[in-house]
Design a protein around this ligand. Structure first.
Ligand code: ATP
Ligand code: MG
Ligand code: FE
Length: 339
C-alpha cells in the first residue's frame, strides 16, 4: 500500500510517500529562516507557514514520486507531541485528504516515527531493539518490542533535551539557531578533551540523562574566560561540550543494551545527525558486540517520510485506523505509538 505521511509538529512541513518500506518521496518546506532571528521557533509563525506550505508540499511529494493523489491508499499524520497550533494544521489536512480520498487515517506519535524511519534505509527493525531518541525536545532510551505497537520508556532526560543543550550552548558561543549542526561543524576543528566539562548522571545507575548542569558549566566557563580577558576557542568549547554529551548518550545506550540483553541499538531524532555521536556510538557498539543502526542525517531531522514509514508499519500490522475526529495532542506520551 502507498502511504502519504504528513509532519507539522515544529517548523518543518514534511510530506513523505512510501510503499511499504520503500521511500518514494520526502518533500520538506521549512519556516526556520523566519524563526532563526528570534533564536527559537515562534509557534504562531510556524502555524501560518504550515498552512501556506501544506498543499504545495503534498503536490511536490506526489510529483517527486510520480503519483497522483488517487494512488494514495492511506494517510498518516503526526498527532503529537509538538506545537499545538502547528500539529493542528497537519492533522486537519490529513483528515481532509483521508476523507476526500476515502482512505484510512493513522494518527501517529512523532517520536515513534523518529524510530520507525530507519527502516526506510536499513530494513525491518529487529525485535526487540533499544532506541536512543535524541531530538530538540526529547531525550529518551526506549525498549522497542515492536515499533508499530509497543514502546517502553527506560529512561529520559530529567531536564533539558540533548538538542536543546546543543542549541543553548550554541547561543553562548555566538553560533546561529538551531545550533546543533553549527556545533558539530565547529567541533571538527577543536579538541574534545580541551575542557573537562561535567557529565550529568554518568554513574548513577539509571538510564536517565541530565544536560542542564553541562549547559550551565559551559556558560560559566566561557563567562569566566571572557571576564579574565582570555581568548575562548569556540572550536575547543564546542568539541568538549559535544564530547560530554555523546559520551553520556552512548554510555547509557550501551548500558540499556546490556541490562535488557538486546543486541540491536537504533539512534534516532535530530541529534542522531551529529557526526561525533555516530562515530563514538559505532566504536562502542563494535566493542560491545551490538549492531548499530542510524538513519542518514536527512532522515534524522523532522520529515514526512518518518510519519509515512510508521503509517506503513501500522497498516502492515493490521492496526485499526484512527477516527476522523482525533485531536492534535501537544504532549502525547512516547508510549502512545498511534491514536
Ligand atoms: P522533537 O522531535 O523532540 O519534537 P524536534 O522535532 O524539534 O523535537 P528534531 O528535528 O528531531 O527536533 O531535531 C532538532 C534538534 O536536533 C535541534 O536541537 C538541532 O540542534 C539538533 N541537531 C540537528 N543536527 C544536529 C547535529 N549535527 N548535531 C547535534 N544536534 C543536531
Ligand atoms: Mg526543525
Ligand atoms: Fe522531531
Amino acid at each position: 500500500p502507498i502511504v502519504l505521511g504528513i509532519e507539522t509538529s515544529c517548523d518543518e512541513t514534511g510530506v513523505g510517500i512510501v510503499r511499504g518500506h520503500t521511500l518514494l518521496a520526502n518533500t520538506i518546506a521549512s519556516s526556520m529562516d523566519e524563526h532563526a532571528r528570534f533564536g527559537g521557533v515562534v509557534p504562531e509563525v510556524a502555524s501560518r507557514a504550515h498552512l501556506e506550505a501544506m498543499a504545495p508540499t503534498v503536490e511536490g511529494a506526489l510529483a517527486a514520486a510520480g503519483l497522483r493523489l488517487s494512488d494514495v491508499d492511506a494517510v498518516a499524520v503526526t498527532a503529537g507531541p509538538g506545537l499545538a497550533g502547528a500539529l493542528l494544521v497537519g492533522v486537519a489536512a490529513a483528515k481532509a485528504y483521508a476523507m476526500g480520498l476515502g482512505v484510512p487515517l493513522y494518527g501517529v506519535n512523532h517520536l515513534a516515527a523518529h524510530v520507525a524511519v530507519d527502516q526506510l534505509e536499513h530494513g525491518p527493525l529487529p525485535k526487540p531493539a533499544i532506541a536512543l531518541l535524541v531530538s530538540g525536545g526529547h531525550s529518551s532510551l526506549l525498549l522497542v518490542p515492536d515499533v508499530a505497537q509497543d514502546v517502553v520508556s527506560l529512561g529520559s532526560t530529567v531536564d533539558d533535551a540533548a538538542g536543546e543543550a546543543f542549541d543553548k550552548v550554541a547561543r553562548v558561543l555566538g553560533l546561529p539557531f538551531p545550533g546543533g549542526p553549527y556545533i558539530d561543524r565547529a567541533a571538527r576543528e577543536g579538541s574534545g578533551t580541551a575542557v573537562a566539562f561535567p557529565r550529568g548522571k554518568y554513574d548513577d545507575g539509571t538510564l536517565d540523562f541530565s544536560f542542564s548542569g553541562l549547559k550551565t558549566a559551559v556558560a560559566r566557563w566561557v563567562e569566566a574566560r571572557e571576564a579574565a580577558g582570555e581568548p575562548v576557542s569556540v572550536a575547543d568549547v564546542a568539541a568538549s561540550f559535544q564530547e560530554a554529551v555523546v559520551d553520556v548518550l552512548t554510555r547509557k545506550a550501551l548500558q540499556a543494551c546490556a541490562r535488557y540483553d538486546v543486541k540491536d541499538l537504533l539512534i534516532g531524532g535530530g541529534v542522531a545527525a551529529n557526526s561525533r555521536l555516530r562515530v563514538l556510538a559505532q566504536e562502542r557498539c563494535d566493542a560491545a558486540g551490538v549492531r548499530l543502526r542510524v538513519p542518514r542525517p536527512g532522515l534524522c531531522t523532522d520529515n514526512g517520510a518518518m510519519v509515512a514509514a510508521l503509517g506503513a508499519d501500522l497498516v502492515a500490522a493490521g492496526v485499526a485506523s484512527s477516527s476522523l475526529d482525533i485531536p492534535a495532542d501537544s504532549s502525547l506520551p512516547i508510549t502512545t505509538v498511534h491514536v
